[in-house]
Design a protein. Sequence first.
Length: 330
Amino acid sequence: MTAPLPARPGKITLVGLGPGAIEHMSGRARAAIAEADTIIGYAAYIRLVAELLPGKEVIKKAMTEELDRVHEAVDRARQGKNVALISSGDVGVYGMAGATYETLFQAGWTPDDDIAVEVVPGTSAINSCAALVGAPLTHDFCAISLSDLLTHWPVIARRLNAAAAADFVVALYNPKSGRRTRQIAEARRLFLAHRRPETPVAIVKSAYRARQHIEFATLDSLLDADIGMLSTVLIGNSSTFIQHGRMVTPRGYANKYETASGAAHRGERAGHSLSSGLDGWLAALREEHANGQSIAALASRFQLPPDYIAATLADADEALHAASDTAHDA
């Protein structure tokens, strides 16, 4: 049975602490902690902000007690208290925000109820670790957690394989722990099926904390690196390089410009899509198909589903006919 709501409104503020150092917390995060009656969090996170907590009710929980933290927060908010439920990094990235909303929804909560909920974002590990090693996220990237405590391994493996094949820069969260030692090896196996052994990798442990450690490696040598639960592993894409101790992923300016002069390559124009962007690619695709290239061959060449190639060609033909009819009517 759902407990009755309090006579006076309570609040749950889900606070992302960032990497841990107070100077890297947002002003709103610090203010939310200052406003709160009660602070709830994993004991290690509580220690990170201990100097901000005098006079507060502080509830410490263990690593695997995430739902206990949520229930404590909801109970106190129902009593009319202002509760700060804290997470390191960003509270919505592998943090407490999702579990809190799930629990509230199951209890019948809506945004119109007396319990207010605010999410205060913080810097996630992918951003803080990237800043320490250079600029590895300048192009498309994704984050994948290797923790199988709550996610089936085949799901994780499919995501790893898809990200590796699609040439994303990938941040691996929760790569290894005392009990989970094989997951990082399996991730490496999947990546090596699509990436060069010399693909650059950065391993950052305890970013912006007292025991910060940064190590560069390659996919081939990844398992020799010092990797633990407090590490984030950044795997580069096919363009990523390491130079002078900095890991960089080019944005792609060299596809359009002479990097030395800034002049556009022949056939390219500043402010316009690449000649091999969507419109240019569609025109080339239609021409190749008209010249006898099968849909299957085109799909194989571009590593795209045949159904997508077929639908794209059909749309291109329809658009071309519509344009022709318009011109004829004019």
